[in-house]
Design a protein around this ligand. Structure first.
Ligand code: JSK
Length: 449
């Protein structure tokens, strides 16, 4: 026996996002999002997949909620499709969109499941993109107006709000690396967007506080761990830059009120500057009620001139990989969480995403995804160690409840603890679903069983 036991008050949950599960992409007054446009652009998404139908959760959410209820989760993280509420990004409200989310949230509450709502999970209204998207400061105010409407509309029903999911993916993955919507490759634009996203987060927090909304608010950055290959300063510095790209760049403005100088200096060497206006940093640097952390992977890194933006090479030292070809690195989970505590204090943390891509299929009515169970065991063990270190963990939500549209990878990459047949849309509980259900029920698991 090697029992891993968790605090009795720790919340257990699962997460999804609107564009990845809802479908009904053109139904009931919803406007186009940048992912509708991107997924219909040839060559952008593997196999030409799109979210037109996805896994049809728009019509099947009652079935999905019964699966959540049987699972025994305390909380369910979902996102709202901004263009389902404001088809043009601002202005006229789509009442059918509000009605859908009211019916959905009411069904969660009726089944004893606490909603955790992400306001922005990548599906920007296309009309806003047409005027510059997040590169245009006007989008920041459109987001604050959308957020305020949602706060007031769902006040008392939704008590945990997340402003922006993975701002690194929204800014740099989508506007510098370019593999996500809108698929730009412009470092200056991406850096400007990163600032506008933090400003949008801050303005939403301001509206939340001014409207005296019940509950708490935070944001959900994604982080990775980079272990220096040697104790050579150049390797250590390269890894710190690679981690600073996701962590300090998006954490320091919120928790310390300024961007990290070592990253500012590096970006300036690359010809990139930040246009920060008077008052911006004060808006961004507001207290939040919790921090969402999304962790999947890490790697070993070392200095290699011009390998990437940060002269950083990620090296393969033989870690096992998931079916997404990501290294499995649970020690990195512990290291990144303890680093956050050491650098930013005991801010309440929800693990808002952690999980693995394994493409196991249904065989004789069963999905034997033992590799996913092992991934969860290893990462929950690392989480337990971080709790013992003093990290203020309030909850753990696995990504994802259901197999879904994995962005540029389409339906080729499965993260769910519930299998979805993407043709029939039939749901099948995987072995990991039953394991997670037992773990939630016990509040512990045995590493060796
Ligand atoms: N850091 N530098 N990278 C160097 C270059 O990387 C190229 C590829 O990059 C990435 C990085 C990160 C991701 C990613 C995907 N998910 C899973 C989703 N999370 C939110 C939820 O919707 C899940 O579907 N999380 N992260 C994909 C690709």
């Amino acid at each position: 026996m090697a029992i891993m036991e968790f605090p009795k008050d720790m919340k257990w949950g699962a997460a999804t996002a609107a564009y990845q599960i809802e479908g009904a992409a053109f139904k009931d007054g919803k406007g186009l999002s940048i992912w509708d446009t991107f997924s219909h652009t040839p060559g952008k998404v593997l196999n030409g997949d799109n979210g037109d139908v996805a896994i049809d959760s728009y019509h099947r959410y009652e079935e999905d909620i019964q699966l959540m209820k049987e699972l025994g989760i305390d909380t369910y993280r979902f996102s709202v499709s901004w263009p389902r509420i404001f088809p043009d990004g601002s202005g006229e409200i789509n009442q059918k969109g509000l009605e859908f989310y009211h019916n959905f949230v009411d069904a969660l509450l009726a089944n004893g499941i606490e909603p955790m709502c992400t306001l922005y999970h990548w599906d920007l209204p296309q009309t806003l993109q047409d005027t510059g998207g997040w590169g245009n400061r006007e989008t920041v105010d459109a987001f604050a107006d959308y957020a305020e409407l949602m706060f007031k509309e769902f006040n008392g029903k939704i008590k945990n709000w997340i402003t922006i999911n993975e701002p690194w993916c929204v800014s740099f993955l989508s506007n510098f690396i370019g593999i996500h919507a809108p698929g730009k490759q412009d470092l200056q634009l991406a850096t400007t967007i990163s600032h506008h996203l933090l400003l949008a987060h801050g303005k939403a927090v301001t509206r939340f506080r001014e409207s005296a909304i019940e509950g708490g608010i935070g944001y959900a950055p994604n982080v990775e761990w980079l272990e220096p290959f040697s104790n050579k300063q150049e390797d250590i510095d390269a890894c710190n830059r690679g981690m600073g790209f996701l962590m300090e760049w998006f954490f320091d403005p919120v928790f310390k009120g300024s961007y990290p100088k070592f990253m500012i200096d590096w970006f300036e060497k690359k010809g990139v500057t930040l246009q920060i206006e008077e008052g911006d940093m004060e808006i961004i640097n507001q207290p939040i009620d919790f921090l969402g952390i999304n962790y999947y992977t890490g790697s070993v890194g070392r200095y290699k001139k011009d390998e990437d933006l940060f002269d950083l090479e990620r090296i393969d030292i033989g870690f096992e990989k998931t079916d997404f070809d990501w290294f499995i690195y649970p020690e990195g989970f512990y290291r990144v969480l303890t680093k956050i505590k050491d650098q930013y204090g005991a801010v309440p943390i929800y693990i808002t995403e952690n999980g693995a891509c394994y493409n196991d299929e249904v065989e004789n009515g069963r999905v034997r995804d033992q590799r996913r169970i092992e991934y969860l065991k290893q990462h929950l063990t690392a989480l337990k160690r971080s709790i013992d270190y003093g990290v203020n963990i309030k909850g753990y939500l696995t990504w994802s409840l259901l197999d879904n549209f994995e962005w540029a990878e389409g339906y080729d990459k499965r993260f769910g603890i519930i299998h979805v047949d993407f043709n029939t849309l039939e749901r099948t509980k995987k072995d990991s679903y039953y394991w997670y259900k037992q773990t939630i029920s016990n509040g512990w698991f045995d590493m060796f069983y």
